[in-house]
Design a binder for this molecule. Sequence first.
Ligand code: GFB
Length: 322
Amino acid sequence: MDRQIIYPLDNKRIWVAGHRGMVGSALLRRLEREPCEILTASRHTLDLTRQSETEAWLMENRPDVAVIAAAKVGGIHANNSEPAHFLYNNLTIETNAIHGAYKAGVQKLLFLGSSCIYPKLAPQPMPEECLLESQLEPTNQWYAIAKIAGIKLCQAYRQQYGVDFISAMPTNLYGPGDNFDLLSSHVAPALIAKMHRAKLDRADSVEIWGSGRPKREFLHVDDLADACIHLLKTYSAALHINIGSGEDLSIAELAATIQKIVGFEGQLVYNPEQPDGTPRKLLDISRLKAMGWAPTIALEDGLAHAYRWYQDEVAGKTAPSS
Ligand code: GFB
């Protein structure tokens, strides 16, 4: 049974910050189905790391709703090698967007965290309450501290000013619009790109980072966008809400699945020199399910969809390496 709609989106002006990213573009696709007005601002119109620019844009455009999908994101290697970028950029984007939204009278704001900001050895599956209970995963502590601060900022503004600012905690995402750069990307797009290239080059093997033993949960970005809209309409409280698929698999199982989808027939070679990161980070999504939401895109179907998008929009547009 669908949970009662407490905040209808009809005729609302909804700002999607970060609309060109994988999450932002999925939110635009999902919001096309709502009778609302969508506001976006390109990076050269609005630099969210600049406070006065952000506040001026918000005062001028006065959105009713703000979804903060703008962030500096990346996989384990990017997080590990750019600590200052991940901490500074994410702190400035979220403080400017959240404070600016408050000053501009935004009625409803949704901030996005990430499952990797839970403790490295959190109980599995991870309930919302385990945030800050123990040590963070070192490779992405910078991003985690920034995102935890964003969740706390929403709770602080809710408590002090009574604004309806809420937060969600998505699991590892994949899908159209993903970053497929081999160094800065997450594992699913990286393995799609690596195996596609290896298939074309008839390479003998593809390198998989780490041991292949860590487990990860994956959610297609269109499912995430649908869950975000569900929360905007039905949820109003301080606690962040986990958004995931409820299932996880090992990196080795993921690699075998992508190998089958791409049709790469070579060897998978594991490189233990690369970090494994968190051993497991499966979300407890019982609260979200109790609100009447469930994911609809199965992992194999979703990965096949992501591969088709990659072939059409990325591989097809880059000249084959000599
Ligand atoms: O997706 P990923 O980069 O990030 O790595 P995390 C997941 C697992 O896949 C790690 C392994 O154990 C990697 O070692 N892996 C194997 C690979 N081959 C590859 C590869 O070619 N590329 C990549 N990237 N990984 C991130 C956080 O952690 O989770 C971010 O660092 C973000 O901040 C994201 O929150 C959701 O899942 O380990």
